[in-house]
Write a protein that binds this ligand. Structure first.
Ligand code: ZN
Length: 199
């Protein structure tokens, strides 16, 4: 595997965290299973057939919970939050979710920006053919990034995908933002105000 390491952590490799013994695969101590893209396509189709309106919320929520739990289990008390965030994004990349990089990080604002290509959700969306119009489709990923940051801040933040390869853009682009709106901010359109997972 060719490694592109996170800044400040040359040598971080998921291969070092992988163990397979007696039919049990673990990554950093947590049990894992290998799920093929084809299986994920079926999951998407089945969910679409039974509850199409839940897709973006269900995958966002799933990603959010996983992201929060991952950060909680891996983040050491005295570790630099940005380093922890970048390490998990690097783990995401090495796990095959897509080629992703952190392009901006400020815990104070708070805001983080991520940019990527070849995200698995774009490939799954193309294969599953459940969307009839161009749109951002990487809900599991944006949920996960919100979960990472929420855990670091100990309060909920949201992640929006502002560009997506599925709708023909060059890269998938994500922004992690605070849920709070300032007094002067232009309110979001009715029905979209602040609800986690909506876009
Ligand atoms: Zn995308």
């Amino acid at each position: 595997m060719t490694e592109k390491t996170a800044p400040g952590d040359e040598g971080h490799s998921i291969e070092n965290a992988l163990r397979s013994e007696n039919g049990v695969l673990t990554v950093g101590g947590a049990r894992a299973v290998v799920m093929t893209e084809a299986a994920y396509v079926f999951l998407m189709k089945v969910l679409y057939e039974h509850a199409p309106h839940t897709i973006k919320y269900a995958f966002y929520d799933m990603g959010y919970r996983v992201g929060e739990q991952l950060m909680a289990s891996l983040q050491k008390e005295d570790e630099d939050p940005e380093r922890g965030f970048r390490l998990l994004v690097e783990t995401y990349r090495q796990s095959g979710y897509g080629d992703l990089e952190v392009t901006y990080f400020d815990l104070g604002e708070p805001q983080a920006r991520l940019s990527g290509t070849e995200l698995f959700e774009v490939a799954v969306a193309r294969e599953a053919s459940v969307y009839r119009t161009p749109r951002c489709v990487c809900h599991y990923s944006r949920g996960m990034f919100a979960g990472f940051m929420s855990r670091l801040l100990r309060r909920e933040v949201i992640c929006e995908e502002v560009a997506c390869q599925y709708r023909g853009e060059e890269r998938c682009e994500f922004v992690v933002l605070s849920l709070q709106w300032s007094e002067d901010a232009v309110p979001p359109p009715a029905g979209e105000a602040g609800a986690p997972g909506q876009q």
